[in-house]
Design a protein around this ligand. Structure first.
Ligand code: NAP
Ligand code: HSE
Length: 458
């Protein structure tokens, strides 16, 4: 056997605890797979006195980041602290000190991918990040290696386990939003600041990472339109059920065949490879939003903290990857797979070949989602009086939007003054035109509260 690989673990919380457990309890198995022993040599935390899920030998535990980064017995630094400021400094210092880096930190990659990868290339070291997207699902390898012969044309994905856990608990278990979020935190799925989970930021960070691999675009998190699940009303969950749909927080990338002048969209997401002209694909729309997905769709079946990623490639067609998207051991599984790849020497080769976050231009630019074509769900609270429905229909017609179905329940008997819900499903329309229509509808005097709308995936 060759020389062991010395590992420093920076952060030993949910994910770090799982990684320590694997390294300490399954050393022999990992050695067989790597051909080298993966030896945990340092564990750095904020508070060494804190009780941990795994017993760390006291001699390994400290608060001294610099000592770990400069220890000659450490070959790989595993960054599992989270956040972007300290994590960026730590990763850049580790690379400068000649260490390879493994990280699960998608916020860091989305915000500082170019700096981190440039520093790695300069230092001739490797950065691995399988755990940064979709926890235990090997999507980075699938997209970056197994689908390498393809030009990706569309991605539709459930990328945040916490949000999916909450939506499932609300729809299937009748739990309140607050209770479901507290449970997701207790189970170790949520970020240290769970706002990032529920406002769509975490999914946007992960989408930025996937978009870099699939399209070569460097999208800053603020360039990805996002809407979270915080304002989803149980009323809409009920209507979705009545209409045969379920609401999922989806991260989506739609590429656009610019030369034929029409936008790609969920309308033609399933197009077979031979319908696509890869050389024409030049723009990509990236966004995160709650979407109504047909109950029979595979993405609708993804429950709890599971993630799923549907990728359309111009050669392979439609593919789907699914598995646990968050939590201690699933995420540790991906981190340790990166350590094995580094020990074997595979990771260094794929890192060098992929040239991620480099200046290599693959010709794609990020465009706003205005041109993406979708069906839409629209819920209004309207006054129950003549002409109201006609007014709403006229606004939609003015934007060229055709209605597919309408649900209107009667006003509560004896309270004609109360507003009534009006639920409209549209046919396919451009997002920009639908948004203009919603603004005009909100200005109608007969509409009581701002419209609620979601894209519909069919
Ligand atoms: P966590 O449970 O909050 O753990 C963070 C760890 O970092 C703790 O051990 C903490 O020490 C340590 N730490 C914080 N500040 C430090 C400092 N200044 N110096 C030294 N150590 C410090 O977080 P996590 O859930 O494991 O997430 C870690 C990373 O993995 C994040 O980037 C997250 O986005 C990513 N990730 C998480 C999951 C998941 O399911 N949780 C899945 C995929 C990716 P103490 O223990 O002493 O407080
Ligand atoms: N907080 C993240 C989630 C962890 O819930 O998906 C996995 O990245």
């Amino acid at each position: 056997m060759s020389e062991p690989v010395g590992v420093a673990l920076l952060g030993c919380g949910t994910v770090g605890g799982g990684v320590a457990k694997l390294l300490l309890e399954h050393g022999d198995r990992l050695e067989q797979r790597s051909g080298r022993r993966l030896e945990l040599r340092r564990v750095v935390v904020r508070d060494p006195a804190k009780p941990r899920a795994v017993v760390i030998p006291p001699a390994l535990l400290s608060t001294d980041i610099a000592a770990a980064l400069h220890d000659p017995a450490v070959h790989v630094v595993v960054e599992l602290i989270g956040g972007t400021d300290l994590a960026r400094r730590v990763v850049l210092d580790a690379l400068a000190a000649g260490k390879h880096v493994v990280t699960a930190n998608k916020a860091l990659l989305a915000a500082h991918g170019p700096d981190v990868f440039e520093a790695a290339r300069k230092a001739e070291r490797t950065v691995c990040f399988e755990a940064a997207v979709a926890g235990g699902v090997p999507i980075i390898r699938a997209l970056g290696e197994s689908l390498a012969a393809n030009q990706v044309t569309a991605i539709q994905a459930i990328l945040n386990g916490t949000s999916n856990y909450i939506l499932t608990a609300m729809a299937d278990g009748g739990k309140s939003y607050a209770d479901a979020l507290a449970e997701a935190q207790r189970l170790g799925y949520a970020e240290a600041d769970p706002t990032l989970d529920v406002d769509g930021s975490d999914a946007a960070h992960k989408l930025a990472v996937l978009a870099q691999i699939a399209f070569g675009v460097t999208a800053q998190p603020h360039e990805i339109e996002r809407q979270g699940i915080e304002r989803i009303d149980v009323t809409d969950i009920r209507y979705a059920t009545e209409l045969g749909y379920t609401i999922k927080l989806l991260a989506e990338a739609w590429s656009s065949p610019s030369q034929v002048g029409k936008s790609s969209s969920r309308q033609d997401a399933g197009d077979r490879p031979d319908d696509l002209r890869p050389d024409d694909l030049k723009t990509v729309a990236l966004h995160v939003a709650p979407v109504m997905v047909r109950k029979t769709d595979m993405l609708a079946q993804v429950r709890g903290a599971y993630n799923a990623i549907q990728i359309v490639g111009d050669v392979v067609g439609e593919t789907l990857y699914q598995g646990p998207g968050a939590g201690m051991m699933p995420t540790a599984s991906s981190v340790v797979a990166d350590l094995i790849d580094l020990a074997v020497g595979r990771a260094q080769k794929t890192f060098a070949a992929a040239r991620l976050w480099s200046h290599r231009d693959r010709g794609f630019t990020v465009e706003p989602s205005e041109k993406v074509r979708s069906r839409f769900y629209l819920r209004l609270a309207v006054r129950d009086m003549p002409g109201v429905l006609a007014d709403v229909c006229r606004v939609l017609a003015d934007e060229g939007i055709s209605i597919s179905s309408v649900i209107q329940h009667e006003a509560v008997e004896g309270h004609p003054e109360q507003s009534v819900p009006l639920v409209i499903m549209t046919h396919y329309a451009e997002t920009g035109r639908f948004r203009s229509a919603v603004k005009a509808i909100d200005r109608l005097g007969t509409v009581a509260t701002p419209a609620v709308s979601y894209p519909v995936d069919d």
